[in-house]
Ligand binder design. Structure first.
Ligand code: GFB
Length: 321
């Protein structure tokens, strides 16, 4: 618990997750020595009293709220109660305690699934709450919308400086490679690698292969988080609206799941077939982010998709589950 250096410092909630650990790497490589964290065994973020006591004892100046119950399309469908309950509880506890204990700045991490299923592409921040959500991840999305509104409400009522960023589909080192609960990219890396090793003729690809997705490397996401956290308040306020304060984080480019599977096959060196499985859900047809707001604030992604997949595949080979 904590870092034993007394009050102050930067607390990363979810430091063991893919995004939290990338934020930690980014902060440490920028020379930040005072990074606080607590494992879920030591601090259950769903427990309001425990969260309050942790923030009261450690009094961080900044909080990165990267802790969340996450998963791919199948996990979202299978565990809707956990996806809405755990995420609402974590956010509510951390944001409320951050206000109570004078955290100077908090960054809440959401997801591009907050936007309506059928909306104009690329999606601008303003389309939030203008239409129905994609059913496969509605509980998760509702929790993330609530997180944005929690931040905005505390800012409006109490003058806090709580900010939100909404990443597109993330991938990279530390990802979940479990085939039933993971997102598509780690699943394809694992399936394709195993097919190459065993000499299988084809790999199963869920759905039609037609949905379009945008992928952002987690180190880009971490860099964006640190960038947004460090913007001075006047700049942040000038580029956001008190009732539409979240910022999209993505590359601004997408591709079909079929093309993604072919790219992964090329990186891994698998020459077999793709076997699309129409019994698995496609989910939302497209969710490309409009990233012009964040570009206007001086940040854009730098890791290309092929390069990111190559690096993640290497990480997967070096870190067997
Ligand atoms: O990454 P994914 O699970 O999540 O699936 P979403 C993206 C697309 O890839 C879907 C297809 O059309 C899947 O059917 N796909 C193909 C696969 N093969 C596979 C496979 O082996 N595994 C998986 N998982 N998908 C999630 C949301 O939606 O996106 C979350 O459920 C979150 O809430 C996350 O927002 C970023 O992009 O459909």
């Amino acid at each position: 618990m904590g870092n034993g250096q007394g009050v102050g410092g930067i607390y990363i909630a979810g430091h063991r997750g893919m995004v939290g650990s990338a934020i930690r790497r980014a902060l440490e490589s920028a020379g930040e020595a005072n990074v606080l964290s607590a494992t879920s065994k030591d601090l259950d973020l769903r427990n309001a009293t425990a969260v309050d006591e942790f923030l009261a004892a450690n009094r961080p100046t900044q909080v990165y709220l990267a802790a969340a119950k996450v998963g791919g399309i199948q996990a979202n469908n299978a565990y809707p109660a956990e996806f809405i309950h755990d995420n609402l509880a974590i956010q509510d506890n951390v944001i409320h305690a951050a206000w109570r204990h004078g955290v100077q700045r908090l960054l809440f991490l959401g997801s591009s699934c907050i936007y309506p299923r059928d909306t104009k592409q690329p999606m601008r921040e303003e389309v939030l709450l203008t239409g129905p959500l994609e059913p496969t991840n509605e509980p998760y999305a509702i929790a993330k919308v609530a997180g944005i509104k929690l931040c905005e409400s505390y800012n409006r009522q109490y003058g806090t400086d709580f900010r939100s960023v909404m990443p597109t589909n993330l991938y990279g080192p530390g990802d979940n490679f479990d085939l039933e609960t993971s997102h598509v990219l780690p699943a394809l890396i694992r399936k394709t690698h195993e097919a190459r090793v065993t000499g299988a003729e084809s790999i199963p690809v869920w759905g039609s292969g037609r949905p379009m997705r945008e992928f952002l490397h987690v180190d880009d996401m971490a860099a964006a988080c640190v960038h947004v956290m460090n913007l001075d308040r006047a700049t942040w306020q000038a580029h956001t609206d008190p009732r539409c304060s979240h910022l999209n984080v993505g590359t601004g480019e997408d591709l079909s799941i079929g093309d993604l599977a072919r790219l992964v096959a090329d990186v891994v060196g698998f020459e077999g077939q793709l076997a699309f499985d129409p019994d698995r859900p496609d989910g939302t047809p497209r969710k490309l982010l409009d990233v012009s707001r964040l570009k206007g604030l001086g940040w854009q992604a730098s890791i290309g998709l092929r390069e990111g997949i190559e690096q993640t595949y290497q990480w997967y080979l070096e870190n067997p589950a």
